[in-house]
Design a binder for this molecule. Structure first.
Ligand code: ADP
Length: 526
């Protein structure tokens, strides 16, 4: 790689790629952090929803407690077991509430407020009372605490563990009797009934279409959902229900989990960043390529100027040297004089050829070169070049021959341009031949094309350069070539001429064995 190009690559990397890479990595890290924050916010939101459901259920039972308190105060002479139609209508306001029990602070006496339907099994009620007594006894610390709260003017509800005789969950609270003594009161509530009758509308209202809220008890394999099409177990975040600690309320997003959402977002962002990086790399690559091309072109142009000057200098110095010698009358014999004149004329020819070729090239570059297509014999054009070069090449020790395919029909070509192309090829064959000095011009036909080719046994062209030799200013970089004068425009002129004829060039070449350039010109078109 050229030094300037290397420098440009380093600058590009430092200026664009490094900051871009830094930005991408930074973006990645902050992306993960953001996703974590979002995850946390989601989770907090879900928590808040669960909290509100819990709060709601506590409010409900708390209002029940107040009304029981009130109702109880109105029941005069509290009997052992209270039964009356007043009680039944009272119960009807509290779905899922199955029984209320009341104990004095020492829990020596337990009284029940019973619905009519439960009254039939007095036996059972007796057992129930025993259980209640036990439970209060076992939960004495809680009772004490509730009493303390009550004394401080605050009525609190506390769930306590029930047993198998009591069908439901117990919530204890302390009532205040008109006499100012604390009365231990318990509500026995069926949690499933409570969920179904009381909580269900609230769950639906909170959940709407976005969430699924469920109340469940894994031990009993029970699950109630705010929406029916929700599978058991698909709960994302859960909390114990304050009033029924054996039951949990859980919440889930409809369709997707939070992790799904977060992952999806992260994936989209990562894809976008990836795409951006690719576009950036592509941009850098394009900039690099363009700059590299420009640098190479500048290099090539400066080579061209020095090559051309070199090519012009040799014939000019020869011409000036021999003409001066003649001018000073230093040449004695006529023969020598003739030889010098011939050298001067040859070098002048060479000079005009170089200048012509540069002029043609610049016309071609400007798109101003005109072609004059006429019906011609390709063989004649090739033969003319062969004749004009034969003597000169044989003098130089070349074996120069022509092989013609006489069946080639008349085709429409610009004779002068094709002749110039063949001359260029022959010139190259001469320039790039070493000791094996053999050049053949051959004509022929292939498919719909007539062709003329020039073959030599010279230094050949490396495979990797075979396509490039037709580019303007390109010269093979080997030392062999650099010993030979040239401007690197000959083959690009040949290609331009062939293109103008809608033809193509084929090159076969092997290093140190020789090259064969074939110009194919369409038979029936143009
Ligand atoms: P130049 O003025 O350098 O000859 P051309 O455009 O005619 O420019 O050729 C381009 C390059 O192709 C040459 O510099 C040479 O390296 C290579 N080349 C062309 N013809 C031949 C050939 N017959 N044998 C080997 N190399 C060749």
């Amino acid at each position: 790689m050229n030094k300037t190009v290397k420098k440009i690559v380093v600058i590009l990397i430092v200026l664009i790629l490094l900051p871009a890479a830094f930005l991408t990595i930074n973006e990645f890290i902050s992306l993960n952090q953001n996703e974590e924050v979002i995850g946390r916010i989601y989770s907090n939101q879900l928590d808040a929803i669960l909290y509100s459901v819990n709060q709601y259920s506590e409010d409900v039972v708390s209002s029940w407690a107040s009304r029981i308190d009130e109702f109880h105060d109105n029941l005069n002479n509290l009997d052992d077991i209270k039964i009356s139609s007043t009680i039944d209508s009272f119960y009807s306001q509290f779905p899922s509430l199955s029984i209320i029990f009341v104990a004095d602070s020492a829990s020596s006496e337990i009284k029940l407020i019973v619905k009519k339907e439960d009254n039939n099994s007095l036996n059972k009620l007796g057992e129930f009372k025993k259980s209640v007594k036990n439970i209060i006894y076992e939960n004495q610390p809680i009772v004490e605490r509730l009493l303390t709260y009550k004394k401080a003017g605050y009525r609190k509800l506390e769930p306590i563990k029930s047993d198998s005789t009591i069908n439901g969950s117990i919530l204890l609270f302390i009532e205040e009797t008109p006499e100012g003594v604390g009365r231990i009161t318990g509500m026995v509530i069926d949690p499933k009934e409570f969920t179904y009758r009381i909580l269900s509308p609230k769950l639906q209202e909170v959940a709407q279409q976005e969430f699924l809220i469920s109340v469940f008890n894994r031990a009993e394999n029970y699950q109630f959902n705010s929406s029916r099409d929700f599978k058991v177990g698909e709960v994302q975040q859960s909390k114990a229900l304050w009033i029924f600690p054996d039951y949990q309320i859980g919440i889930s997003l409809v369709g997707q989990t939070i992790e799904d959402l977060v992952q999806q977002r992260a994936l989209t962002n990562i894809l976008l960043i990836g795409l951006l990086t690719i576009v950036l790399i592509l941009g850098v690559w394009i900039v690099y390529r363009n700059i590299k091309k420009e640098v190479e072109l500048a290099q090539i142009k400066s080579d061209f100027v020095s090559n051309v000057s070199h090519e012009l200098r040799t014939p000019l110095s020869l011409i000036s040297m021999f003409s001066e010698t003649l001018e000073m009358d230093r040449v004695k014999t006529e023969e020598k004089k003739k030889e010098y004149y011939s050298i001067i004329s040859q070098e002048a020819n060479r000079l005009s050829k170089i200048v012509n070729s540069i002029l043609n090239f610049s016309k071609m570059e400007a798109g101003k070169r005109q072609f004059n297509f006429v019906q011609s014999y390709l063989n004649d054009v090739a033969e003319n070049v062969y004749r004009s070069y034969k003597f000169h090449l044989e003098q130089k020790g070349f074996t120069f021959s022509i092989v013609k395919d006489e069946s080639i029909p008349i085709i429409k070509i610009d004779e002068e341009a094709i002749s110039e192309a063949i001359v260029n090829l022959v010139d190259n064959a001469v320039k790039y031949s070493n000791t094996n000095k053999e050049i053949i011009i051959r004509t022929g036909m292939e498919n719909n094309f007539a062709y003329v080719e020039v073959e030599d046994r010279g230094i050949g062209i490396p495979e990797k350069d075979q396509k490039k030799v037709f580019e303007k200013f390109f010269r093979v970089g080997s030392a062999n070539v650099h010993n030979v004068k040239g401007s690197g425009i000959g083959l690009s002129i040949v290609k331009h001429i062939v293109d103008a004829h809608h033809g193509r060039i084929e090159l076969r070449s092997e290093l140190n064995k020789g090259s064969k350039f074939r110009l194919l010109l369409p038979l029936n078109k143009t």
